[in-house]
Design a binder for this molecule. Sequence first.
Ligand code: FAD
Length: 532
Amino acid sequence: MNAEKPVRKVVIVGGGTAGWMTAAVLSQWLSQVEINLVESEEIGTIGVGEATIPHIRNYLALAGIDALEMISASKASFKLGIQFIDWGAPGESYIHGFGKIGRDMLWLHPHQLWLAARDRVPDRVKAFDHYSMNCVACLKNRFAFPDSRNRNSPLADMDYAYHFDASLFARFLRGHSEERGVERIEGRIVDVTRNPESGFVEAVRLADGREVGGELFVDCSGMRALLIGGTLGIGYEDWSQWLLCDRAMAVPCESVSPLTPYTRSTARRAGWQWRIPLQHRIGNGYVYSSNLIGDEEVAEALLSNLDGKALADPRPVRFAPGRRVKAWDKNVVAIGLSSGFLEPLESTSIHLIQTGIHRLLAMFPSSGFSATDIDEYNFQSRTEYEDVRDFVIAHYKVTRRSGDPFWDHVRTMQVPDTLNQRFELFRSSGRFFKHGAAELFAEESWVQVLLGQGFEMRADPVTRFVPDDEIVGFLHDIEEVIADVAERLPDHAKFLRSLPPRSPPRPTTDTTVPAINFNLRYTRDSDELTSS
Ligand code: FAD
């Protein structure tokens, strides 16, 4: 093969969220490439996957999509974080909010000061949620766009994502992709032709006998993994020793007021329940271990825990936690559920689709298909999956729930060494370091989840240099300013209604918040820990 010739024909197999997200980006950037997408209405899509993380905004930008157009077409709402109920122990709750927490005192992060205050003057510190702009806005059902013009405002580092209707989102992306020349081919793939020498896929054959040929095949066929698993036989690494859930029951219900700007996850007897508020309905589901609870009990529990009237019958979905051993093999790249599955506890699957697409663009092949590029792609994909896996496992391991076989198992299980090392560092000094720049979850995320679930950690010893009153005053300032600003933010539902239809995002009059800043007594430039 001639290594210099760029790939000119791409076939995307599957038209779920993964397929159309891939089509939208490739058609935006590779106008010289012919793109076909094959999907089967008879088979359909998984039809769930409605909560995202802030990086989705980068995806929309990469795909050249107007966010407000997406919000309107996909009945989206804003998401500032995830509320976890009963996870640490029954009766407890916390929020994993996006964005930065409070502000730093020199190099000391707010959680270090909070840990020190909690140990030394416990009655002078509030719950950790009070020091995060996102968390406080969640609890008040408020929302506004971040205000990056004023670096000292607590709104500067607010961050947000979306909840959207998965089917409407895929349809919306399809419209954009077809407009840019992607050809959609309806049909069920029944066979795959391979080159007898190289083993590369040459074409897929449809039930009606048509053949769709290409140079690069993107396998977005969902859990069927038609090409990467079925044709090329790439195996699946099973992570069920840590992640017991293998099934979900999903049901939409009518909306209720207020429209909450966060996903909710509530721990249940043998798993957990999600709640995702959209403009027109609420998505709900119970994720569970089918070894420890039956479908009937799950359906009953789910239906008795809905906020509004059910809009359909509960629908079961099976899955296998784990990842494809190689996401890219020969001329097939697996993106979406064909490449692996991690339960939606931290809404990461759509993000993993997005990074898969980004990586494919960065390593877009020539017809020579460089083995080095393929190895690099697979290395990055594996590392990313394992990092997210560890974060999800941490939610299960750090719990004081007991008495149910599910929770007794996860609380006492052995976890991956990589996670144990992270726990040790937190335990001894509350410290955290990313394993690599590309690691998805930052210190703020780990700290909120671990503290929220009752993980015992000691403050950084350096905090001993800071007098009690200094720490308390500093935290009080953060808490007071955040509470004040949050009170002035618009109501989430009102904010959504105020958005101008189909025009670029820009704050409306409703979002204008008076400039209230942190009281900057400490900066990285000062050389002593005293107030100025
Ligand atoms: P699918 O939607 O299954 O699409 C597969 C496509 O392949 C379909 O178009 C199908 O017709 C086609 N196809 C398959 N076989 C053939 C064939 N033989 N011939 C032709 N076409 C074929 N992710 C999040 O980020 N946030 C969440 O909140 C979230 N919640 C989830 C909840 C649950 C219970 C589950 C299971 C997943 C959740 N996910 C979530 C993951 C998310 O749903 C998926 O990552 C996303 O929908 C992508 O799916 P997909 O496109 O890979 O597969």
